[in-house]
Write a protein of this length. Structure first.
Length: 350
C-alpha cells in the first residue's frame, strides 16, 4: 500500500504544479498516470509544440515546460505510479481513500486530486477511403517530433488552435506546407489567424478555405491528396497529411466513481476550492468544469494552488495555515535542500 497526503491522478502540468504547492505546505504527494512518463498530453502528444501563455515565458515548448515543472518539484520527492490507470476508489475505516489501479497497485490518502486533463482520448478522423492504409505511412494525427517533417511537403487540415499553431511552427521546417479548412473562418486565437494570413501573403504557406480532402492516393505510402476547394478539385503532391480535428475525450473509470459529471467533465465548486460533490476529492485542470471555465494551463495552476490550501485545512483542521510568500520563506524540500529567499530592504520614500 502506497501512502501519501494527496493522491494526484494525472501527471500533466496541473498535477505536477500541485506537487509544488502541496510541498510548500509540507504535504506529500503521489501521482498516478496511465502514460509511461510524466507530462500528460504535453509529453505524449505535442512535446515540441510551442506554448505562448505561460507567465514569464514568451514561448516555451510543451516538453520543456514539463522538464521545468519536474525540476521545480524535485525537492518535494513525489512518488509516481506510471503506466497504470486509476481503476477504482474506496474508503477505509479511517475515512481515507483507497485508489486501486488496473494493475492492482493500491494507494491510500485522505485527499484525492483528479488532474486527468481530457482523460483518455482518441483523435477524430476524417471519413476517407484508404485512410487506415496510410496511417503511420503518410497520415499522422499527432505531431511528436517536428523534425520528421523537415524538407517535406505537408498538408494540415483543421481550423482550431492546434492546426494553426502547427502550421505556423512547421512553416520554418517543411519544404512546403498547406493548410485547409472546411470553413472560411477559423476557431483559433486571433493572433494565430493573423500570423496565418501573413504567412500566406508572403508565400510561406498555401491556404485553401473552404476546402476538404476527398481522396488519398499512393502506392507504398501516401503521395497525392485531392481536395475540393470551392467549386474546383485540386491535386496536391505531399509527403504527409495531418488532420487535426481534435480529440474525443473519455473520463474512463473515473466516470463511475459517483462524481457529478457534465459533458464529460467533473463539476466542481469554483467559488472556494475546486472540490467535487464528494468531500475530499478535488478536480483541477482541463478535467473539471464550472461557470466561466477556461481550459488553459495557467488556470490549472491557479486551481491547483487553491486546492492545496483547502487540502491542508482538511488534513490539519486544528492548525491555522498562515500564507507565506516564497520570496520571504524560501523553499525547503523534503530532501533537505533549501533555497533561501533573497533578502531585500524596503525603504520608505519621503
Amino acid at each position: 500500500m502506497i501512502k501519501s497526503d494527496i493522491i494526484i491522478i494525472g501527471a500533466g502540468p496541473a498535477g505536477l504544479f500541485a506537487v509544488f504547492e502541496a510541498g510548500l505546505l509540507k504535504l506529500k504527494c503521489h501521482i498516478i498516470d496511465s502514460l509511461p512518463m510524466p507530462g500528460g498530453q504535453c509529453a505524449e502528444i505535442y512535446p515540441k509544440k510551442p506554448i505562448y501563455d505561460i507567465p514569464s515565458q514568451p514561448e516555451i515548448l510543451a516538453g520543456d515546460l514539463v522538464s521545468k515543472l519536474m525540476e521545480q518539484i524535485k525537492p518535494f520527492s513525489p512518488g509516481f505510479t506510471l503506466g497504470e490507470m486509476a481503476q477504482s476508489i474506496d474508503k477505509n475505516s479511517n475515512g481515507e481513500f483507497i485508489i486501486t489501479t488496473d494493475k492492482g497497485t493500491q494507494h491510500q490518502a485522505p485527499i484525492v486530486a483528479i488532474a486527468g486533463g481530457l482523460g483518455t482520448f482518441t483523435p477524430r478522423k476524417p471519413q476517407l477511403d484508404r485512410l487506415k492504409e496510410y496511417e503511420d505511412n503518410g497520415v499522422d494525427y499527432i505531431i511528436r517530433d517536428p523534425e520528421k517533417y523537415r524538407d517535406k511537403k505537408v498538408l494540415i487540415a483543421g481550423g482550431g488552435d492546434s492546426a494553426l499553431d502547427w502550421t505556423i511552427f512547421l512553416s520554418n521546417i517543411a519544404a512546403e506546407i498547406t493548410l485547409i479548412h472546411r470553413r472560411s473562418e477559423f476557431r483559433g486565437a486571433i493572433d494565430s489567424v493573423e500570423k496565418i494570413q501573413f504567412l500566406k501573403n508572403n508565400n510561406k504557406i498555401k491556404l485553401f478555405t473552404p476546402a476538404e480532402v476527398f481522396k488519398l492516393e499512393g502506392k507504398n505510402s501516401l503521395e497525392i491528396i485531392y481536395i475540393k476547394h470551392r467549386e474546383q478539385e485540386k491535386k496536391i503532391e505531399i509527403d504527409y497529411f495531418i488532420p487535426l480535428f481534435g480529440l474525443t475525450p473519455k473520463l474512463g473509470p473515473i466516470a463511475d466513481w459517483g462524481l457529478e459529471i457534465e459533458k464529460n467533465a467533473i463539476k466542481v465548486n469554483n467559488s472556494i476550492d475546486y472540490q467535487t460533490n464528494i468531500p475530499g476529492i478535488y478536480a483541477i485542470g482541463d478535467v473539471n468544469t464550472y461557470p466561466g471555465k477556461l481550459k488553459l494551463i495557467l488556470c490549472g495552476f491557479h486551481e491547483a494552488t487553491l486546492m492545496c490550501q483547502s487540502a491542508y485545512s482538511r488534513i490539519h483542521p486544528k492548525k491555522k495555515n498562515i500564507l507565506k510568500y516564497t520570496t520571504v520563506s524560501g523553499i525547503t524540500g523534503f530532501d533537505g535542500t533549501r533555497k533561501e529567499a533573497q533578502k531585500s530592504t524596503i525603504r520608505a520614500i519621503e
